[in-house]
Design a binder for this molecule. Structure first.
Ligand SMILES: [Zn+2]
Ligand SMILES: [Zn+2]
Length: 144
């Protein structure tokens, strides 16, 4: 029997609940200025998922969204202001921050946008200057 893994996510107050199933297309760290500004932290630990694997199970009417750019629809809870996830329609993927997932086995494989880093991380993982080529970046690597 095949059991599809399901992980539970929520906003800060818990009024919005969602699930992600299967495995993420990518698990990594982003150092870009947008991620830092939106998250309030020096680095974003994120996962990317196919849109049909992300399902809101409670509190849909509490979800608000904000688009600074057309490429990122940032969703958050109107009750607590807590972040939920960010839709990237150009990429066809949804970015779920690891911090909103419960018991998710985060296994990052690389760092992206390291040229914008304000906090160096010496963990032996590849450090991409911007993004991988398949995501429209240069694919160039930087030293840690
Ligand atoms: Zn909330
Ligand atoms: Zn970023």
């Amino acid at each position: 029997m095949n059991i599809t893994p399901t992980y539970h996510g929520s906003c800060f107050c818990g009024s919005v609940l969602f699930t992600v199933t299967q495995e993420p297309a990518l698990a990594a760290y982003c150092h870009c200025q947008s991620c830092r500004h939106w998250s309030g932290g020096p680095i974003s630990a994120f996962t990317l998922w196919q849109p049909d694997t992300v399902l809101v199970t409670q509190g849909q009417s509490n979800i608000r969204h904000y688009n600074k750019t057309p490429g990122s629809t940032r969703k958050w809870c109107k009750c607590c202001g807590g972040h939920l996830f960010t839709e990237h329609p150009d990429m066809g993927l949804i970015d779920v921050p690891v911090a909103v997932l419960k018991d998710f086995p985060f296994e990052p494989v690389l760092h992206v946008n390291y040229q914008e880093s304000v906090l160096r991380v010496i963990d032996g993982l590849p450090k991409m200057k911007d993004l991988p080529q398949e995501a429209g970046g240069s694919g160039a690597l930087l030293a840690e």
